[in-house]
Design a protein around this ligand. Structure first.
Ligand code: C2E
Ligand code: CA
Ligand code: CA
Length: 805
């Protein structure tokens, strides 16, 4: 038996053994390559790779075994059962599949041991089932211990191969694992063969239908070759498709707006066109370049991290351009299947310049006035606050100058909003060029500006000097579409810290000083004085008292007669309000109407006067007219016509007896609404008179824009008839205008017989003034309002009966 065994080893054909080993190495190399693909895949694809791995490895082992059998010639007739061979192939494939599946599941040691065990068993099962298909002319005897040893060695070899392979991502690991596996298979085979002893027996017949060694070799070679080629083909197709997928990805990546860069081992492996632009280099130069801080620095200084979180940083173009703010997303692309994806990280880099500039723009818009580009109110407050800190620390001085353009609203309405805008822009430009940094100008809104002066010169000298310069700068006419637009401004100045230590106090006090500047005739500047505080407080008290007076009906209406110039016939009265103050006595309207207008109290006040006057007039025996003054604020109330209508209904006064007087400037607050209101009033049957004509713009277009029923030429002209050439000319001109527009003209403030005579000679239609009658309480009007027979003798002057002398 020993001899047999020696003979057995000696009877191997080593060329065939060598081929068998080469086939095993090739098959297992291919199998481990496929195994690496399996490890990188998921789901069904993973299953497919597993099947291919098992098929290639199984058939490789099977072929190795079959070839090794061919190399072995016991010197007897041999035959192989085809079914047995097929069964051994099946056993190898199934158990190897189980083994590769087990080892690849979690890829830890336990898995690898389990996998090694299954694969080792698979190889052994293949070996021994194949041996059972082997028939020769003799008895075959087996030695159990050696069989056991062969199985153990096979399992060890397989396990070692799996441990060496790991994920089998590199060629080296694949090769070493294949070598180990081949060694395992070879050792198992040889030990297994040693366990077998053939005792020749001529009585054993080898059936003819069994495959001869040559046939088996051919069949095995064909099947194995096809399977291994199939596996290689699959791998080729896979890498080909992934290459063309890569090609497609490159095209897509180049079309992307974001920069995409692939880095591996700290160097650039690939990049798209957008990244090349950001980096300022072509792909050829970028390739292999270290990817570090010099190219992309992160704001958080943490370097490239591979979490998917969005981070911000700056790209530094290699060609030395300006660094670009970017947003970065990092992704690890390592699928573990291939060595070429190890540590592969892809960064998507978004250029934030556009977004930043949009943000910049939004911030600019939020902080600056859209028209003039000056800082707006909000920014003024914050910049003023920091300026206060600054001067507090540096010992510089600070002055705050409120600037208000004179007559801006009127000019705006007269010349149009475009001209108004041009004036504002020009004013802003002049202000800005008059204040060198760190001083600055801002726009509060409308025609109000603020200049903050920060200087190391003494105050108030420096502020006075600057205020004077600003006045001069704003006095020059602006030109809009070839048209000269007059400009001027009033200024109010407050000083830090004397006039206030806070933003609010300085603003409020400069505003108060501005108010004073306006009061003293505009076109000047005023410094804030403590006394101003006092006047303001008084005004506040007064408005509180006025509010109460309206409620308490402490107001009275006086009536001033209006007469036809030609024959002195009284045809109506103008209602003029007075305030009967418990302490100060009778207060004239000019002392409280502007305050009422400012505080909005004019609305209840005006409505009260209207109701009072209409009630009074409705009680007159003679249906004389009643003229009531409407303030600008009233004219802009959307419900004005409704209110007037209600008063007429309540008091029972016929609308045709009511005349409402408005001034030209009242129209300009909101021209359209004012005109709307006038039209609706007119539709009620109420007449509308243009009051104080000659003091405002006296524009012909105002008169043409609405069919006024009367023009009242201002008393400032009438009182200067014969005294001032200009006044006389103006009165004549207004009378001429009235004639040409077919609107009757009333002369106000007629005090003397000469004035009356002149007006009559100039064909003036109506007159009003002390010469006809002074404003008087309602209960004194009976002489005109009662339907009385003419007395024989005239009543005492100036209350002549119905007619003017
Ligand atoms: P006005 O509408 O121009 O009223 C005419 C003013 O001239 C009245 O002053 C009247 O007393 C005064 N006057 C009349 N004839 C003569 C004259 O021959 N010589 C002189 N020197 N003055 C004369 P008054 O009553 O002080 O009213 C002043 C202004 O107050 C009025 O000017 C009017 O604009 C306003 N006003 C008066 N009552 C009301 C009212 O109820 N509502 C509104 N919104 N304003 C009123
Ligand atoms: Ca009036
Ligand atoms: Ca008037």
């Amino acid at each position: 038996m020993l001899q047999d065994i020696v003979g057995l080893v000696g009877e191997h054909d080593y060329r065939v053994v060598f081929i068998a080993l080469a086939v095993c190495l090739c098959g297992s190399m291919t199998a481990f390559r496929l195994y690496s693909r399996m490890n990188g895949a998921k789901g069904l694809v993973r299953g497919a790779w597993l099947l291919l791995t098992a098929l290639v490895a199984g058939s490789g082992v099977w072929a190795t075994h079959s070839l090794a059998m061919l190399a072995f010639s016991p010197g007897l007739k041999v035959g192989y059962s085809p079914t047995g061979l097929m069964q051994s192939l099946m056993a190898a494939v199934v158990l190897l599949a189980a083994g590769f599946f087990a080892s690849g599941a979690n890829r830890d040691r336990a898995n690898q041991f389990a996998g090694g065990l299954l694969i080792g068993l698979g190889v052994a099962a293949m070996h021994y089932s194949s041996m059972s298909s082997f028939v020769t002319q003799g008895r075959v005897e087996w030695e159990a211990a050696l069989i056991g040893a062969s199985v153990v060695l096979g399992v060890l070899g397989s396990t070692a191969a799996l441990v060496i392979a790991g994920r089998a991502t590199s060629f080296l690991r694949q090769s070493l694992a294949a070598l180990m596996f081949t060694t395992g298979v070879a050792v198992l085979h040889l030990t297994g063969m040693t366990a077998m002893t053939i005792i020749p027996d001529a009585s054993v017949v080898v059936p003819d239908q069994l495959l001869s060694g040559g046939m088996m070799a051919l069949g095995v070679a064909v099947i194995t070759g096809m399977i291994i080629l199939g596996g290689l083909g699959a791998m080729l197709i896979e890498s080909q498709t992934s290459r063309s997928a890569l090609e497609r990805i490159r095209i897509l990546a180049n079309a992307a707006y974001e920069g995409i860069v692939v880095i591996q081992g700290g160097v650039i492996k690939d990049a798209n066109a957008a990244f090349c632009d950001l980096a300022g280099l072509g792909l050829r130069d970028l390739y292999g370049r270290p990817f570090d801080d010099a190219l992309l620095s992160f704001d958080d200084d943490l370097g490239v991290r591979t979490d998917a979180e969005r981070r911000e940083g700056r790209m530094h173009p290699v060609n030395g351009g300006q660094s670009v703010p970017v947003e970065v997303f990092a992704r690890v692309m390592d699928d573990g299947a291939r060595s070429d994806t190890r540590g592969l990280t892809v960064l998507a880099i978004r250029d934030l310049r556009e977004r930043r500039s949009a943000e910049e723009k939004i911030r600019y818009l939020a902080e600056h006035d859209g028209l003039t580009g000056l800082p707006n109110r909000n920014v003024l407050k914050s910049r003023l606050a920091s300026a206060l800190d600054r001067v507090e620390a540096s010992g510089e001085t600070l002055a705050l100058i409120c600037v208000d353009l004179d007559h801006f609203k009127e000019a705006n309405d007269l010349h149009g909003h475009l001209a108004g805008d041009a004036v504002l822009i020009e004013a802003a430009r002049r202000l800005q060029s008059s204040v060198p940094a760190p001083s600055f100008a801002a726009r509060l809104g409308g025609d109000e500006f603020v200049v903050v002066q920060i200087t190391d010169q003494d105050q108030p000298t420096a502020a006075a000097e600057l205020a004077g310069q600003l006045l001069d700068a704003l006095k020059e006419t602006a030109i809009f579409e070839g048209q000269d637009l007059a400009m001027s401004a009033s200024l109010g100045v407050s000083l830090y810290p004397d006039d206030g230590r806070t933003v609010e106090a300085l603003l409020a006090n400069a505003d108060m000083a501005l108010y004073r500047a306006k009061e003293s005739g505009r076109g000047v500047y005023r410094f804030f004085k403590r006394e101003m505080d006092q006047t303001i407080r008084e005004r506040r008290n007064l408005s509180r008292e006025l509010r109460q007076a309206i409620l308490d009906e402490d107001l009275v209406v006086h009536y001033q007669p209006q007469a036809r110039a030609a024959d002195g016939e009284i045809f109506g009265f103008e209602a003029l309000v007075r305030w009967r103050h418990p302490v100060r006595g009778m207060i004239p309207p000019l002392d409280f109407i502007p305050l009422a207008e400012e505080t909005g109290l004019i609305l209840p006040l005006g409505e009260w006067v209207l109701r009072r006057a209409c009630t009074e007039a409705a009680g007159w025996e003679r249906p004389l007219c009643i003229a009531v003054n409407l303030s600008p604020l009233q004219l802009n109330q959307p419900n004005l016509a409704t209110m007037v209508h209600e008063v007429l209904i309540e008091t029972g006064l016929s609308a045709t007896r009511l005349e409402l007087e408005i001034t030209e400037s009242a129209l300009f607050k909101d021209y359209q609404r004012a005109l709307d209101n006038l039209r609706r009033l007119k539709a009620l049957g109420v007449r509308i008179a243009m009051d104080d004509f000659g003091t405002g713009f006296s524009s012909l277009s105002t008169l043409q824009s609405f069919p006024f029923d009367k023009i009242k030429v201002d008393k400032s002209f009438v009182e200067n008839i014969h005294r001032d050439e200009r006044a006389t000319v103006i009165v004549k001109a207004v009378l001429g205008l009235g004639r040409s527009l077919d609107i009757p003209v009333v002369a106000e403030g007629v005090e003397t017989a000469e004035q009356l005579e002149f007006l009559r000679s100039e064909d003036c239609a109506e007159v009003q003034g002390y010469a006809i009658g002074r404003p008087a309480p309602a209960d004194t009007l009976g002489v005109w309002t009662n339907e009385l027979p003419l007395p024989a003798k005239a009543s005492p002057a100036p209350r002549k009966r119905r007619k003017v002398a």
